[in-house]
Design a protein around this ligand. Structure first.
Ligand code: PRX
Length: 660
């Protein structure tokens, strides 16, 4: 370790990361979450959730049943209760006298803004609920939503919830074909879309994709079209309806439809290991309970003073749970932003934080690493002192990115909550509780109160502290998926067959000496090199801990000698040029951080990594390149040209020595 440079604070890999950040006593004093929550929930898990459900959610008819697991793996929570999700997110705040509180500060990419109070939101969702009913949507019918990140996306979702029509939001960046298959699978009756949205400084069209998706016929009877950009749109008379015209004519008062707790609230498609996306569906009472609880305690929300900003798109589960339902059910004031972080300049996010005095920021490690790449001068130009809590989601956050996030964005003060969960889990499952947990950079740490998770070996035995294996959830939880839409068998096979009786999340994980959980990436991304189990995340963390590396992706490529070999793709930080020594330096760096076994066989310096539109690195494509195969299906890439550049780069590169 003598070669460690002073600018590289740690050469430790993820699992020997030993920095600790105990809670600041001042933060703890005012924190929503208290350490006693763990003991309370452990003593009576279902009783704990019943208490949360009564405290955080308004019920039209109170429940008397808590959990019915007799139909496992389909859980029923609070099943004899009745409620409405939109009433909980909107009306009750107005009734409680908070109608003037800002619900949404909308920042459009071109710089236009809108502010909606809870009273405004109540009027808007009421009108749209009437519009949907007028278009023939009945309770139980599905509505597809294909919109940019504009207030109408939130309003449309809530209006669906108001009439008990499950929404199926399809991310605006998905293709017509993806939209078509999702509409068909859910048999959506209405599609809500827009003429277009703003992205990277230009108005990009959305409606043509809807027209194309519907061209072959299908279940859709009407398309409700928001005018966002004003661009020309093709119009199908009798089918298409302008949002603004319909809404203007609709009454501003509407009585929510009370539904049973197990009434489906939404379907959200997510990719599985096979080609066909899975329609994950969630129901109302349990989902709202865990959503509200986690949003309140993990983000320490103080509804009357905080300004909360989650940078996700409503097209993903993070947007569903931590833009729409969590914050609004808790009566929060939040920012939503339409565009990309680099438009019109790379400090746009920090400008927004300063402008709205954002106090809680929730984003993804990939965004943080991108900002690292752009340099800390940019956030430094803006007043970020309003921030008091930072969150991370989507993948493990490399300790170096965690440290940067805290120091540069959090002013060396803020707790960071690294939150592990999935589309399937509905809400956060594993995360520190700010003010209660001593933080460890790179670890999601502990199952939340009322959540039972473990790490097991191949035979489903819990591993001891210090051991690694598969992450499982051992008890049903309120926000758990109730199934895959229309495919109960696939639900049972995918999640419940690997370890009977346990929910298999698909993630590898380790427990450290304290029993805290460190996520190691999807199990299919775990490599076996010469009989040693190596994590892509671990090696990526090691690479990113090098001062010249901004981002790294690692794949296991088939190797005749070692089974698999480590192949890395790295992006250098601004100002660092690749020299003849770069690759060897990085290989040695990994060897120093983890051990010679983890030393990449080859490292390719690239300008970009192939990412999906949601920012996930597509390692599958990198594996194709690393194994000199034709690159597979790249249609979900945000930028399809990235793979050509990488393939050409690899061909040019002379392979690094691999004898050591
Ligand atoms: O592999 C885990 C990773 O993202 C997967 C779930 O993806 P998705 O359903 O798209 O939901 C993402 C947003 C909740 C998980 O199986 N993942 C998510 N959060 C973390 C994470 N991996 C490590 N640490 C996290 N905090």
């Amino acid at each position: 370790m003598t070669e460690e440079s002073p600018t590289s604070p740690s050469l430790e890999n993820l699992l020997t990361e030993d920095r600790r950040f105990p809670p600041d006593p001042q933060f703890s004093e005012h924190a929503n979450a208290h350490p006693e929550l763990y003991a309370w929930a452990a003593a009576d898990r279902t009783g704990f959730w019943a208490d949360q459900a009564r405290e955080l959610i308004s019920w039209h008819r109170p429940f008397t049943e808590v959990l019915d697991w007799s139909g496992a793996p389909v859980a029923r929570w609070f099943a004899d209760g009745e409620l409405n999700a939109c009433y909980n997110a909107v009306d009750r705040h107005v009734e409680a006298g908070h109608g003037d509180r800002v619900a949404l500060h909308f920042e459009g990419e071109p710089g236009d803004t809108r502010t909606l109070t809870y009273a405004d939101l109540q009027r808007e969702v009421s009108r749209v609920a009437h519009v949907l009913t007028g278009l023939g949507v009945a309770t139980g019918d599905r509505v597809a939503i294909y919109l940019p990140m504009i207030p109408e996306a939130v309003i449309a979702m809530l209006a669906c919830a108001r009439i008990g029509a499950p929404h199926s939001v399809v991310f605006g960046g998905f293709s017509a074909e993806a939209l078509r298959s999702r509409i068909a699978d859910a048999e959506a009756k209405v599609v809500v879309t827009a003429d277009g949205g703003y992205r990277r400084g230009t108005a990009s069209a959305l409606k043509p994709a809807v027209d194309e998706a519907l061209a072959g016929g299908g279940p859709v009877e009407h398309v409700l079209v928001v005018r966002r950009t004003g661009q020309d749109v093709a119009w199908t008379e009798g089918r298409d309806v302008w949002w603004h015209e319909a809404v203007e004519a609709a009454p501003t008062e509407h009585t929510p439809v009370w539904v049973e707790a197990e009434h489906p609230l939404f379907i959200l498609y997510t990719s599985g290991t096979t080609g066909k996306p899975k329609g994950i569906f969630h129901t109302t009472g349990g989902y709202l309970t865990q959503t509200a609880f986690t949003h309140l305690n993990v983000f320490d929300l103080k509804a009357d003073t905080d300004v909360y900003w989650c940078t996700a798109d409503v097209g993903w589960v993070t947007g569903h749970t931590y833009i729409v339902y969590g914050p609004l059910v808790n009566g929060a004031t939040q920012v939503i932003y339409e565009g990309t972080p680099d438009t019109p300049h790379r400090a746009r996010w920090w400008e927004i934080v300063a402008k709205y005095k954002v106090s809680i920021l929730y984003t993804a490690p990939t965004a943080i690493r991108t900002c690292m790449k752009w340099g800390e001068e940019l956030p430094g130009q803006h007043d970020l002192s309003s921030l008091r809590l930072l969150g991370s989601v989507g993948e493990s956050i490399n300790p170096e990115a965690w440290m940067w996030y805290r120091r540069v964005i959090g002013g060396d003060r803020t707790p960071i909550v690294d939150t592990w969960w999935q589309t399937e889990t509905g809400a956060i499952m594993i995360s520190p509780l700010p003010g209660a947990t001593t933080l460890k950079p790179g670890s999601a740490q502990v199952p939340l109160p009322g959540i039972s998770a473990d790490v097991v070996d191949d035979e489903a035995h819990p591993v001891p502290n210090g051991g690694g294996g598969y992450l499982v959830l051992t008890e049903p939880w309120p926000a758990m998926l109730r199934g895959i839409w229309g495919d109960p068998q696939r639900f049972a096979d995918t999640y419940w067959s690997r370890f009977p009786g346990l929910y298999f999340a698909g993630d590898g994980a380790k427990k450290d000496e304290d029993g805290d959980i460190w996520l190691l990436g999807r199990v299919d991304d775990v490599m076996n090199v010469s009989g040693h189990r190596l994590s892509t995340t671990e090696i990526e963390s090691a690479l990113v801990s090098h001062p010249s590396v901004a981002e790294a992706a690692v794949v296991g490529a088939a190797d005749d000698t070692t089974g698999q070999a480590v192949v890395a793709f790295v992006i250098l930080r601004g100002g660092n040029e690749e020299t003849s020594g770069t690759v060897e330096e990085l290989r040695s760096h990994v060897a120093r951080a983890i051990g010679p076994i983890a030393k990449p066989r080859s490292i390719l310096v690239v300008a970009e990594l192939p990412k999906t539109r949601s920012g996930k690195i597509m390692r599958r494509l990198l594996r194709d390149v690393a194994e000199h195969r034709a690159v597979g299906d790249a249609t979900t890439l945000a930028d399809a040209s990235v793979m050509d550049l990488i393939s050409r780069g690899l061909d040019k590169q002379s392979p690094a020595a691999s004898e050591d």
